[in-house]
Design a protein around this ligand. Structure first.
Ligand code: HEM
Length: 327
């Protein structure tokens, strides 16, 4: 009995400490976040947030996976040159954008929805709301639309005038082991705990056969019947773009099921299973699998922390009129 309770008790203590530590970190080092603010558009574009929420809600009602795709955009924007909207820039004859880089090519989605949002806010208040801020608001609204937690987004980011194709190397590969995943996040000022929390985003959305093939054919820390069911979707060769859900039970609901999946060796990505593989993050996974509220609170905090990675503020960058191209 005591043994069964131990992980949960440990987790509760750890969670409280982490929350205070996060607060302290943001207070001491939160130079950028100190200049971002939740009411940045209150005077200049009061209709922006409701308009964004409407477009996101419609898009998710039309296709629930779109919520997952919009959530992922924040991660892929913020990990390359900071949260500056660079991921949204199309290629030009003189600049290769990030969209065709390996982590994004044929994989990242949601650009049309961002265009619709941008057109809407431009009609309300031209030249005011940045594409970088739209990404962070759309990510939050997507999670809410899928039944997940609400958090207050900090705003005031500006948009980059360049993209960084080679910078996409900073987005961690799903073939990394735990230590590699932890380093990739540490390089962005995010802790191992933030990593486990943010990876909970895989409670929604889909992945391609080409990404999980080696996991289901060559790895042994996978539930055998789960692997067999995935092999029916993903042949040993061919069918690279066939899709399977990241979360086995509820891929269109933002919940904590993915942590249960990890404990049952049903992580579909090699990286997902790393968080429950006898290493330092096992206890956090157990804690979240058992405490959806703790996961929900931590997830919002970690999304805010990720959205604070090197924003452009003040007079840096610009407010792009079209998120796909520099003004
Ligand atoms: C440990 C680091 C992470 C790795 C290695 C990773 C890797 C991946 C991979 C390989 C896919 C599927 C891509 C495809 O098959 O085309 C994916 C999908 C996804 N990722 Fe991650 N990811 C990580 C962290 C995150 C974070 C931090 C978020 C957001 C907070 C996120 C949100 C998503 C979502 C929502 C999807 C599904 C997207 C859709 O269905 O369109 N991931 N991720």
């Amino acid at each position: 009995m005591l043994l069964a309770m131990a992980p949960k008790m440990f987790f509760k203590i750890k969670h409280n400490n982490l929350t205070s530590l996060l607060g302290l970190f943001l207070y001491v080092f939160g130079v950028a976040s100190a200049q971002l603010s939740p009411d940045f558009y209150n005077a200049t574009c009061p209709g922006a947030l409701p308009a964004i929420e409407n477009v996101v809600r419609d898009a998710v009602a039309n296709e629930s996976r779109m919520g997952a795709s919009l959530l992922r955009l924040q991660f892929h924007d913020c990990f390359v040159n900071g949260c500056d909207g660079s991921v949204l820039l199309d290629d030009t004859p003189t600049m290769k954008g990030e969209k065709t880089a390996p982590p994004n090519n044929d994989s990242l989605r949601g650009f049309d929805v961002i265009d619709r949002i941008k057109a809407e806010v431009e009609s309300l208040c031209p030249g005011v709301v940045s594409c970088a801020d739209i990404i962070t608001i759309a990510a939050r609204d997507s999670v809410v639309a899928l039944g997940g937690p609400y958090w207050t987004v900090l705003l005031g980011r500006r948009d980059s005038t360049i993209a960084n194709f080679s910078g996409t190397i900073d987005i961690p590969s799903p073939f990394l082991n735990l230590s590699g995943l932890i380093s990739a996040f540490a390089n962005k000022g995010l802790s191992a705990s933030d990593l486990v929390t943010l990876n909970g985003a895989h409670t929604v959305g889909q992945t391609r056969c080409t990404i999980f093939r080696s996991r289901i054919y060559t790895e042994d820390n996978i539930d055998p019947s789960y692997a067999a069911s995935l092999r029916a979707i993903c042949p040993a060769s061919g069918g690279d773009d066939n899709l399977a859900p990241l979360d086995t039970e509820t891929p269109t609901v933002f919940d904590n099921d993915i942590y249960q999946d990890m404990m049952m060796e049903k992580g579909i990505l090699h990286s997902d299973q790393q968080f429950y593989s006898g290493g330092s993050t096992d206890l956090q996974v157990e804690g979240y699998s058992d405490d959806s509220e703790a996961f929900a609170v931590d997830f919002g905090d970690a999304m805010i922390k990720m959205a604070n990675i090197s924003p452009l503020i003040g007079t840096s960058g610009q407010i792009r009129l079209n998120c796909r191209k520099v003004n």
